[in-house]
Every structure is written in C-alpha cells, then in structure tokens.
Design a binder for this molecule. Structure first.
Ligand code: PLP
Length: 476
C-alpha cells in the first residue's frame, strides 16, 4: 500500500469509526451469532493476490460487526467499563506509525521519557504521595503495564524479592527453597481472581480473608491472620488491598491494613483497577485514605479514564525491588546512558512495550482534567439515578452501597428468581448485564459503561428490567 492509498483508507476508516460510535446506541448490544459463525463468511485461505482496501471496508459490517458485542453502547452494563475516546484512538494511530519497542531509554528516548512524565501527571491528578512520583527526585516512579493482573504479579514479585533478602540476612542458614515455602500473602475474599492467579504464578501461598458486612477487609482480620501464620512459622510478605471490588465495588480499609503492614514489614499493594479513576475528583479521595502506607498502587486508565485498552498505571515507592528481581543484562540491550533514565524492560515481565503514554498525553490535553472529572461525576450521578429507580420500586432492593458507577440490585426474594430475571433480561437482547454472588446472595450488576450514556438511557434500561421482572413474577 502506498501513502496516497493509506490516506484514503485511513480517512474512510475515520469516517466509519465516527459513524459507528455516534450511532452505537441503535445496534443490538450482544450479537445473536452462534459459535463458529465467522469461518463460513471468509475464504479458507489467505488471498494470494492483493485486494483493494475498499473490499476490506465492505466486509467490516458483514464479517466483523455482525459478531461484535458493543461495549460502548449505553445498553451495555456488564463487567466494568472499558474506555474509548477519539484522542486515544488517534494516539494509537501515531503509536502504530512510530512502532518502536521502547524496552530501554535508547530504544526510543521519547517513549520512555513521555511515560515518566505522564505517570507523574496522572499521579498528581490522583494526589498520590510524592514518594510515588519521579518528579519528587526520590527513588519512586510510575510505569504503564498492560493490565492490572500483570501489575499484581509484578508487585508480588517485588514483595518476594524484598522479603527474601531480609530473611536471608536474618537466617543465613535457611535455603531459598525453605524461605519460599514459608512465604504467605493476603487479600480480601472478594479480591479479583487475578490476585489468586498472581499467587499461583509466583509460586507462593495466598490467603483469602473474610470481609466485614460491607465486604471490606479490615485491619483486625489481617492482623489475626498474620499473627496466626507467624505462630505457625510462616513469613507474611504481601497484602493486596482492593479499592472497588469487581463483585460489588466495595472498598478495603486501606488505612487499617497499612498500619498492620508497616508494623510487620509486609508489602502493601493497592488494586484500584476500576475505582482509581474516581480519585481524580477530590471528593472521592477519602476512599484511598492511608495510601501513603502502600508500597505500590495501581489503577486502569483503560477502564474509566477515557484511555483505550491497554493502559494500566502502576506506581512504586522502591522500584529497585522489581528492577533488581528481573535484571538480566545481555550485551545487546546495554547502552551508554544506563542509569540516567529508567529502562522500563526491568519494570515489567515482557521485554517489548508499545508507546502507550501517547494516548494518556492526547487524552489529558484534549479533554483537560476538568472534563475527565466531569465524566466521572456524571457516570456516578447516572448510577445514583438508577439506584433511586430501584429504591422507589418495592419489588427491588440494593445489595451494596452505591459509591461509584456500579449498582448491585436484586428482586426481593430468592436467588433462583434473580437468576431467572437475569436470563430474561439478557434473553430479550436489549441490554446486557452480568450477575455476581457474595455470601450466597445472587444479585445483578448494572455498570455505567459507555461515555454516551444519558439519563434517558438509564430510564430505558430500567424499563427493560422492570418489564422483564413483571414477566418473571407473573410466571412465578
Ligand atoms: N482488579 C480489579 C478490582 C478488577 O475489577 C479487575 C477487572 O475488572 C482486575 C483487577 C483485572 O483487570 P485487568 O483486566 O486489567 O487485568
């Protein structure tokens, strides 16, 4: 493809994207295709001769869109949001054009340096303690990882390295294998499944602890678990505090957990994958009280901050525990400026990395912090409107306090009737929700996902839920 054709193709695609997104509300949110739908729609083998780009454009609706779940439709209320904005899409185009692999500073200085500064901008927007920020001149700093799951694993490996070194000094007679077999980490029973997975991948024990009646992990519970494990000869080394659990958007008591971790020299990691974006609004920062006691902090701008996937922001007070833990230094990756700027390959699991800071830069400049705050506040207000509709109907109840853009609700009555209700709602095909279950109570989750969602969309989703409920109740 030559430049002239590229320009035509890209312009046609920009038009298509804008049409798609601006009219997304009119599409069926989940497609009605069956597994295997796609293979018969395209040839069995790759074409031998080139085709015109117009032929590809012609196939987008037929082949692709017929099987797309429209995550950015205001009718999509499942999981948590994933972000999408025009500045971010354009930044990804530029990233694709530069197409560098920024594993070291010299591999593309702008890629590393813009990331360092963007992580400072973001950290300041959240009012993170200065120990996390590179601009404070200390050791700390931020890095963009692909996902929160990777971040939890990377933090666990840092915690493991720090504890191994301490214990080796205290017990030079113990072997590495002996120490490893004693390490134990902790999280809320409601922590994301990626935390358990990080334990499995990291080869260490992780205990899921009981939460209180607000689904919050409390300091006292952690303290008891740690004391018990120490009595049994184990070595507590890592705690994950969740701010905004996936099941019901509950918040761990970070301040209390921080005190326990500090007293026992245990690494405290904060997983604020979804809710972290809300901390750019000062009125929600009470939910991260105690953050100064954490060793690492993470949230996903790719969830709720208008930056397209993938962009998971991680800050570390002492990156050296990660950098040293993963340090393998072949000659072909060395360069003369080593040590004067981060070589991000040491901060992550893969070697290769894309120029992801561009999309943060574009989004922050083209929206301004003020409009991103407005976006968060509007989505929380929409969740509160939906909560009110539920509360005003005596057939429904709310399962969890609504603090962010997620409403956990259910029909008063059995789990079975709520399971039937969810099947009915999704079966009607107008809106899409997923359920959750906490302490054996099954409920439905309505997340405000699309940046296009308006008050009228909330009312139409509610109408859909109410009608489905009436059908189900009539049948029962
Ligand atoms: N942690 C929490 C609290 C989440 O809600 C999620 C996903 O929704 C994750 C971690 C995993 O995020 P990722 O897909 O970025 O790994």
């Amino acid at each position: 493809m030559e430049a002239k054709e590229f320009k035509d193709f890209a312009k046609a695609m920009a038009d298509y994207i804008a049409e798609y997104l601006e009219n997304i509300r009119d599409r069926q949110v989940v497609p009605s295709v069956k597994p295997g739908y796609l293979r018969p729609l395209i040839p069995d083998q790759a074409p031998n001769k080139p085709e015109p780009w117009t032929a590809v454009m012609d196939d987008i609706e037929r082949v692709v869109m017929s099987g797309v779940t429209h995550w950015h439709s205001p009718r999509f209320h499942a999981y948590f949001p994933t972000a999408n904005s025009y500045p971010s899409i354009v930044a990804d185009m530029l990233s694709g054009a530069i197409a560098c692999i920024g594993f070291t500073w010299i591999a593309s200085p702008a890629c590393t340096e813009l990331e360092v500064v963007m992580m400072d901008w973001l950290g300041q927007m959240l009012d993170l303690p200065k120990e996390f920020l590179a601009c404070s001149g200390g050791e700390g700093g931020g890095v963009i990882q692909g996902t929160a799951s990777e971040v939890t694993l990377v933090a666990l490996l840092g915690a493991k390295a720090r504890t191994m070194q301490r214990v080796k000094e205290q017990h030079p007679e113990w072997t590495e294998v002996q120490i490893l077999s004693k390490l134990v980490g902790y999280c809320n029973k409601q922590a994301h499944s990626s935390v358990e997975r990080a334990g499995l991948l990291g080869g260490v024990k992780l205990r899921s602890l009981k939460h209180d009646n607000k689904r919050s992990l409390r300091g006292e519970t952690l303290q008891e678990a740690i004391d018990e494990d120490i009595r049994n000869g184990l070595i507590p080394f890592y705690v994950v505090a969740t701010l905004g659990t996936t099941s019901s958007c509950a918040f761990d008591a970070l301040d209390e957990l921080g005190d326990v971790c500090q007293a026992r020299d245990v690494w405290l990691h904060v997983d604020a994958a979804y809710a972290g974006s809300a901390f750019i609004c000062p009125e929600y920062r009470y939910l991260m009280k105690g953050v100064e006691k954490a060793d690492s902090f993470n949230f996903n701008p790719h969830k709720w901050m208008l930056v397209n996937f993938d962009c998971s922001a991680m800050w570390l007070k002492q990156p050296r525990w990660i950098v040293d833990a993963f340090n393998v230094d072949p000659l072909y990756l060395k360069h003369d400026q080593q040590g004067s700027a981060p070589d991000y390959r040491h901060w992550q699991i893969p070697l290769g990395r894309r120029f992801r800071s561009l999309k943060i830069w574009f989004v922050l400049r083209l929206y301004g912090v003020e409009n991103i705050q407005n976006h968060i506040r509007k989505q929380i207000a929409l969740a509160q409107s939906f909560e009110k509709l539920c509360l005003d109907d005596e057939k429904f109840e709310i399962f969890e306090e609504v603090t962010m853009g997620l409403v956990c609700f259910r029909l008063k009555g059995s789990n079975d009737i709520n399971e039937t209700l969810l099947r009915r709602i999704n079966g009607r095909g107008k809106i899409h929700l997923v359920p959750s279950k906490v302490d054996d109570v099954y409920f439905l989750r309505l997340a405000i996902c699309s940046r296009y969602t308006e008050e009228s969309d909330i009312h139409s989703s509610w109408k859909e839920i109410k009608e489905s409920a009436e059908e189900v109740l009539a049948e029962n």
